[in-house]
Design a protein around this ligand. Structure first.
Ligand SMILES: *Cc1c(COP(=O)(O)O)cnc(C)c1O
Length: 480
């Protein structure tokens, strides 16, 4: 039979809709959605016919009424499911920007749920029954944890930088070391942010070496600000020099110029003392005299997306009053997650209750135990054991999020591959699962699953996802 006559035999939409099975398969959805789904299913079949993706047998089974209705059901289900959804992160990158950065702590989740579910005192003082400020909920906590006089939370750290530069730069000129004119992922460029905030800038020193004398030589009547940027996502090693923060601040204040430091991730506590990297702490910058620092809420801090400005009261108050602050203000859910995470830090057990910190500090032995549990559960399933090769071994995890780029954390991984089939198709099947998709990475023809970034209650789900992906890969052996 030729293609044209095959296509002519496809039933019409209204016939499919009227079929007895239609009610059972497409259930209670509105008429318009069902019609659209059936039309889309027919269009999909036509496309497949045009691409010769099916033989005659396949075509005959796929064009039966119930097969078309089930295809429509799948498309309808897709349409009514959220596009943004939970993913299992097996990349071993702890602060993975593409996968949503920091998972929230239990306390933060509870706080978001409570505040989002009903009304809240977001801008209301319960004591006096008068209007309040949304900034009040977290300011004191941030100050206590960092030693700042005042603090302000905006949408993200890029927004914080924009506001700080606009207010502190005051349309004048900023001095910035050439080695700190960086680009962060997602096309955040320090130079572009300065342009947007109406601040001119003078590049000081060279890419690898900047001395205090370079700042002094560049200073003029137009200088309003010294900008210091933490080079989060790369390191220049070898013949390098930057003035110490203390020297920079002392000189800068001697000529009446404030210092703003973009710390990127920043750390509330000294992670280095726990054997992790050398990320500068926010408190250390502030006690060195930096006027204002900014950092992200969803990097090493471990809360939701936010940008935190902390420092001298005069500057923070000016920022709060600026029109831009209104445009960049945060939502109640952001504040709830941030406040709860800051409360987590008050607790002795903070390192285990905040997910990103727990993942950073979890011992290789504990990760190994999780890898072995997952491997055993996979091999316990005869279908999986038959379809996959599997090994457990060591590897390295990364921190990600533009923090500590050179830091490697020893980890344990489960490596899997299909006995029959390409590793790409296994990876694709895992990514394309409608629920609980899995993202790993491919190395040397194995799909590498780093269980350091698997949350404690996700192991069983990972096994179920792999089982579903193996079944899907089995059904489409020719798909690549
Ligand atoms: C990550 C980062 C930013 C951007 O922060 P967001 O919270 O993602 O907006 C800005 N500056 C530095 C140095 C960073 O590391």
């Amino acid at each position: 039979m030729d293609k044209q006559s095959l296509l002519r035999q496809l039933p019409a939409v209204h016939k499919l809709l009227a079929a007895d099975e239609s009610l059972r398969v497409l259930t209670d959805w509105p008429h318009s959605l069902k019609t659209a789904a059936i039309a889309a299913a027919l269009a999909e079949l036509r496309t497949q016919a045009a691409a010769d993706a099916m033989n005659l047998d396949g075509w005959q089974t796929q064009t039966e009424t119930s097969a078309i209705l089930w295809r429509a059901h799948r498309l309808l289900q897709h349409q009514v499911s959220p596009h943004l959804r939970r993913v299992l992160n097996l990349t071993g990158v702890i602060i993975h920007t593409n996968l949503g950065r920091a998972p929230l702590s239990a306390r933060a989740l509870q706080a978001v749920d409570a505040v989002a579910r009903g009304y809240s005192n977001l801008e209301y003082v319960l004591d006096t029954g008068t209007r309040g400020s949304r900034h009040a909920h977290v300011e004191e906590r941030i100050c206590r944890l960092t030693g700042a006089e005042a603090a302000l939370v905006v949408n993200n750290n890029a927004a914080a930088a924009l506001l700080a530069l606009r207010v502190m730069g005051d349309g004048g000129e900023a001095l910035v070391s050439r080695g700190q004119l960086i680009e962060i992922g997602g096309s955040f460029r320090v130079s572009e942010i300065m342009r947007e905030s109406g601040v001119g800038w003078l590049e000081v020193g060279t890419t690898n070496k900047t001395r205090l004398a370079d700042y002094q030589a560049a200073w003029s009547e137009r200088t309003r600000l010294v900008l210091r940027v933490h080079t989060s996502n790369f390191r220049i090693v070898g013949f390098t020099e930057q003035p110490s923060l203390h020297d920079l601040v002392t000189w800068s204040h001697s000529v009446d110029v404030p210092v703003y430091e973009d710390l990127g991730s920043g750390a509330l506590f000294d992670l280095a003392s726990r054997g992790i990297g050398d990320e500068p702490t926010i408190g250390a910058s502030l006690s060195a005299g930096v006027d204002v620092v900014s950092f992200s809420g969803d990097k090493l801090l471990g809360a939701g997306q936010a940008g935190i400005l902390a420092g001298k009261r005069v500057w923070i108050e000016r920022m709060k009053k600026h029109q831009l602050a209104r445009a960049l203000r945060v939502d109640k859910m952001t504040l709830a997650a941030l406040e709860a995470t800051l409360i987590d830090y008050e607790d002795e057990a903070w390192a285990s209750s905040i997910p990103v910190i727990r993942m950073l500090t979890e011992s290789a032995a504990a990760v190994c135990a999780r890898a072995e549990t997952v491997a055993a559960a996979l091999l316990d399933d005869p279908h999986i054991a038959e379809a996959l090769d599997l090994t457990v071994g060591t590897d390295v995890s990364r921190i990600g999020g533009g923090a500590l780029p050179t830091e490697e954390i020893a980890t344990w991984v489960v490596r899997i591959r299909l006995r029959r089939g390409a590793v790409d198709s296994l990876a694709a099947a895992l990514r394309r699962l409608p629920e609980w998709p899995v993202v790993g990475r491919i190395a040397d023809d194995w799909l590498v699953l780093d269980v350091r970034t698997l949350l404690p209650d996700e192991s069983a789900q990972l096994v179920a996802s792999i089982r579903a992906a193996v079944a899907a890969a089995d059904q489409s052996p020719r798909e690549g």
